[in-house]
Design a binder for this molecule. Structure first.
Ligand code: AVJ
Length: 341
């Protein structure tokens, strides 16, 4: 134990000071997508019509910081509501984490959610964090290894949209429970969501679990505000994707010539985010000329919202049985525990 020497800690004996401290550790695996992949995927989205970019490209270092800012915005209820559920329902959640298990978190960012979950998850022996963004991933793993020195931690930098090997070291035989918080599932369209959830079911195996946060359908005004915050942080987050492409793909987007647009598409049940060209313009991306007409939109994100039963139906198609669902008192966010068939 370090640090817990209230009183009497001032005069450490030399022996004590010299005793080697076991450094908290974790294992890092880099399956980070290559720069060429970014360039070719970005270009293929920009040459077609309608133009689009995958939302995973938001999360460079700057984008990850902006996303953390979003999570603290008064309008962005998702993070607070989910943290509230993890806190208030920790007793009930912990029932599913009694047995020795390994938790696999997809898209952890720098979230404090896993800190809360680990307090409830008595049986957790190992934790594998998967994220596309290296810096927040390392920060999270470092922080956790200090707090939980006996927990086996694996940090995997990978794009979880594509299959990748999951190195669970000696822990592959433990019960596996996936953790997918934050309504990140909303970035997939329903067919992709079923595909992803099926992959996760295969990964955890029969009787494995999934604890997943899903944003609920609600009054569109509340949804609209969450993606059009007064401070303009979401707009900066959206536009940062262009700045990133400038930095990493040799492009010359002028961010002032695009505007942030986010709205709720009721029919599709999703928030859509776009960047709308303010004028006729031509942008060069890695030597390729891309034309934008005035008013033309570049689609950067979908964020699907689900009723509880709607999501359970989707998960059922992917091999999951619903076991428990918690919602907050304002019915904004849901947290599901599902079991693989
Ligand atoms: C991380 C995908 C859950 O859709 O709410 C926040 C990303 N985009 N504000 C979401 C996001 C704009 C977020 N997810």
């Amino acid at each position: 134990m370090f640090g817990a020497e209230a009183g009497g800690g001032l005069m450490r004996t030399p022996m004590r000071a010299l005793r080697p401290v076991k450094r908290p550790r974790f294992e890092y695996y880099d399956f980070h997508p290559k720069l060429e992949d970014l360039r070719s995927q970005v270009l293929s989205g920009l040459v077609g019509s309608p133009k689009w970019l995958a939302p995973k490209f938001f999360y460079d270092e700057r984008g990850s910081d902006l996303f953390s800012e979003i999570c603290a915005l008064p309008e962005y209820y998702l993070t607070r509501a989910e943290l509230g559920l993890l806190r208030e329902r920790s007793g009930e959640i912990s029932e599913y984490f009694q047995e020795s298990c390994v938790i696999i978190e997809y898209g952890c960012g720098s979230s404090e959610k896993i800190h809360l979950l680990l307090e409830a998850a008595q049986g957790c022996r190992a934790y594998a964090a998967v994220d596309i963004s290296k810096q927040p991933l390392l920060k999270l793993a470092e922080g956790l290894s200090q707090l939980h020195p006996s927990l086996e931690i694996m940090a995997l930098c990978a794009d979880f949209m594509a299959p990748f090997p999951l190195p669970l070291n000696g822990h592959g035989r433990l019960k596996k429970i996936a953790f997918f918080p934050g309504s990140s599932i909303g970035n997939f369209d329903p067919a992709q969501a079923i595909q992803f959830l099926s992959n996760v079911a295969l990964e955890v195996g029969k009787d494995g679990g999934l604890l997943i946060g899903v944003d609920l359908k609600k009054d569109p005004k509340i949804l609209h505000a969450a993606y059009n915050d007064a401070r303009g942080t979401t707009a900066r987050f959206n536009k940062n994707i262009l700045a990133r492409i400038n930095r990493e793909c040799g492009a010359n987007f002028n961010l002032d010539r695009f505007s942030h647009r986010a709205f709720y598409n009721e029919e599709a049940g999703r928030i859509e985010m776009h960047l709308v060209s303010q004028e006729d313009q031509e942008v060069s991306v890695n030597g390729t000329a891309i034309r934008f007409a005035k008013g033309e939109s570049l689609h950067t994100e979908n964020s699907y919202k689900y009723h509880v039963e709607e999501f359970q139906g989707l998960a059922a198609k992917a091999g999951w049985n619903p076991r428990r669902c918690w919602t907050d008192s304002q019915n904004r966010m849901s947290l599901h525990y599902l079991q693989a068939r």
